[in-house]
Ligand binder design. Sequence first.
Ligand SMILES: [Zn+2]
Length: 217
Amino acid sequence: MEKIEKPISTKVPTQYGELWFYAFKIDDQEIVAIINKKNIKKTANVRLHSCCFTSEIFGSLKCDCALQLEYFMSLMSKNRDQNYLLIYFLNHEGRGIGLFNKLKAYEVQRKLGLDTYQANEYLGFPHDVRDYSPSVKILRYFGIEEIILHSNNPDKANFLIKNGFVVRIKKIFIKPHSKHALNYLIAKVEKGNHLIKSEIDALTNNKNNESGKKILI
Ligand SMILES: [Zn+2]
């Protein structure tokens, strides 16, 4: 196994119960891992979560990141008999373009009515520059071989499969709380191939029938 710097760990009382927090330093990046049970088995429920300052700290309604995180943490708290691991990437803001550029892209979205992918293109940023490779080292550190991946993003699953893990996807779908977040999910389905097309179709068709307008919550 490839060596990594020993992480720091401590147990923290949280609203989700007592959780073990680990801080890893890998390739000059600080990455947090949170587990609900100290003795992890080789099969675990896993989420690779990219930090989203705007929704998770300040309640922005433009995306569903905070909802997904909250949902996964509540599962972690409820299912104490199972192993859960959250890998939280502090440097993944704005799908890796950073907070400064993310806010720039938000302003372009707001002014020109572009979606998240179009705004990145407009500004010359790639759609997604997130690097998931530290997660391989973290998963191996915990001895995980089989992953129940809580995600709608096929890129994450493919990445883990390529790195030798057995992966089963568990989709997360939480009805978005705003039209902004719904538009974000639609863009993720259409341009990021996210696996919630049927859920989004059902939602937009219902809204279509109810109001005669698409994308209205
Ligand atoms: Zn977000």
